[in-house]
Design a protein around this ligand. Structure first.
Ligand code: NAD
Length: 478
């Protein structure tokens, strides 16, 4: 379904994110017929380029990041006709008049801040003081949204000085993933799951985001961040909220975000013994974290595992285990809902019983599996075997289902539609920092060093113990 025609200005249009995700994503939406022909995309960045120069950059990005089957020469040419460029320094005065003159009335006006957060305030201020943005315009802001509660509050206040909350779209691309939204469909469009979606029937939940890459090239940035700030406070917290939230009264942006906020507020402080921090060592012919961070005494974690409790009626007693790391054995993001044992077994446990699990895979191979027990076929008596009920899109929905749009392109279309459901509200972000701050301050105050772990492993040994001591085990990272 096509969205309304729009003018989209991308600040930082020449940057890495724009080239890899935003511009190729917009092209794919154009190719799919979702971006109306009257729409315009305007790159805005410091580089001294003209329209032709920027179109060349966009064409190269399409070449590199769009799959062959969608690269149609005539289509690309039509897309490029809709692209222009204005050279603007976010902190200067030049270029803003030119940008204002390019804006049209009668179309959706959106501004994507794909620049360092330090520039968000300057851009917001200039958009409003120059009359480029109006009360219906939308702004999209990238991560990181603050590095603690105080900085997030300051950033919210800066944006709020020029834009209303309903105009602000804080991107968390995890929320744009098809399976993440499917999690809500599975929970709230079926009668099967919701009755057992509670501590009484769920033993625990595991959320894993494992990467095989290290911090190469981003060492200086990452060293000020670490896994807690870069991954847990935002992406993993959002996943946790979608699993744990109460059913919203309607699939409406504020109804959903109200429920997520309640989850964050119900999180217990995390005890030091429930957190394991790690830092990858050198190995496999590559340097360790320390070599990449440029700080030989760095205490920044590239891995974290933690046990989190949600103190409310639904979840009391059911822990959520989170872990994320770089340089792990495999690249895998998944959520596993691990159910309890049946109350009474009529079969011999030794015959292969395992717990039911609902496994939601975010990457690679987005999809869901429900692990159920059946009888092992054959004459061997009543032997149980666990099999997956595969709910992957590719199989169930054919080719169309397998052609999953990238998170960014879906989210940008939501901005044009004016739908904030999959964007973080300011109070959610602040509540998540309010939870994370004392944890970070705790280990900084104690001068805690992360434990070394081997690249290609599944993290420090203590992370295994975090589960083992509770009589549980992590799913294998594959
Ligand atoms: P980048 O350094 O590759 O690009 C920065 C862009 O900002 C360039 O277009 C540059 O011209 C522009 N810019 C810099 N200073 C400017 C100024 N004073 N005035 C106008 N334009 C200016 O950065 P990036 O990797 O594209 O990241 C952009 C934003 O997206 C950052 O907030 C980053 O944290 C976030 N982000 C990036 C990624 C990623 O994969 N690259 C992922 C998630 C979030």
């Amino acid at each position: 379904i096509p969205v309304d025609a729009f003018d989209l200005v991308i600040f930082g249009g020449t940057g890495d994110l724009a080239k890899r995700k935003i511009l190729p994503g917009l092209y794919r939406r154009f190719w799919a017929g979702q971006m109306p022909a009257e729409s315009r995309i305007i790159g805005a960045a410091r580089a001294d380029l003209d329209d032709a120069g920027f179109r060349k950059l966009v064409a190269d990005a399409i070449d590199e990041f769009v799959s062959q089957d969608k690269r149609d020469e005539a289509m690309i040419a039509q897309f490029l006709e809709r692209i222009s460029y204005v050279s603007i320094d976010a902190t200067g005065t030049g270029g803003w008049d030119q940008l204002k003159a390019m804006m049209r009335s009668g179309v959706v006006r959106a501004f994507y801040f794909s620049v360092a957060p330090a520039l968000f305030g300057a851009i917001a201020e200039r958009l409003s003081s120059n009359g480029i943005a109006d009360s219906e315009s939308r702004i999209v802001v990238e991560k990181p949204f603050g590095r603690d509660l105080a900085s997030a509050q300051a950033l919210n206040a800066t944006l709020a000085a020029h834009f209303a909350e309903r105009q602000i779209y804080r991107i968390d691309h995890y929320l744009g993933k098809e399976t993440v939204q499917n999690l809500m469909a599975v929970r709230f469009a079926n009668i099967l799951f919701e009755p057992i979606w509670k501590a009484q029937y769920i033993d625990h939940v595991q959320i894993t985001v494992a990467e095989t890459v290290g911090v190469e090239g981003r060492g200086a940035y990452y060293d000020k961040s670490g896994a807690m700030r870069d991954m847990v406070q935002n992406h993993m917290m959002q996943l946790l909220c979608l699993i744990a939230m109460e059913p919203p009264y309607h699939f409406d942006p504020n109804a959903v975000r109200d429920e997520k906020l309640k989850v964050i507020r119900a999180l217990d402080p995390v005890a030091p013994q429930d957190i394991v921090r790690g830092q990858y060592l050198a190995g496999g012919g590559q340097g360790g974290y320390i070599e990449h961070s440029e700080n030989p005494a760095s205490r920044t974690e590239s891995y974290i595992a933690m046990k989190v409790h949600i103190s409310n009626w639904r979840w009391a007693g059911t822990p959520f285990y989170l872990r994320t790391g770089k340089r792990m054995r495999a690249r895998a993001s998944e959520i596993a809902i691990v159910f309890k044992e049946p109350p009474h077994s009529i079969f011999d446990h030794a015959s292969g019983w395992r717990e039911n699990q609902l496994v939601i895979r975010l990457q690679p191979n987005e999809g869901m599996n429900l692990m159920v027990m059946i009888k092992e076929p054959g004459p061997g008596g009543m032997r149980l075997v666990q099999v997956p009920l595969d709910m992957s899109f590719a199989d169930a929905l054919g080719e169309e289902g397998a052609d999953i749009p990238d998170a960014y392109e879906r989210l940008i279309m939501d901005v044009i539609r004016g739908n904030q459901t999959l964007f973080m509200r300011g109070d959610e972000v602040e509540a998540a920092w309010a939870w994370a701050d004392p944890i970070i301050e705790g280990w900084e105050g104690r001068g805690e060093k992360p434990q070394g772990y081997d690249p290609g492993s599944s993290g420090p040994d203590d992370a295994l113990m975090l589960m083992h001591r509770d009589g549980r085990r992590w799913r294998e990272i594959r």
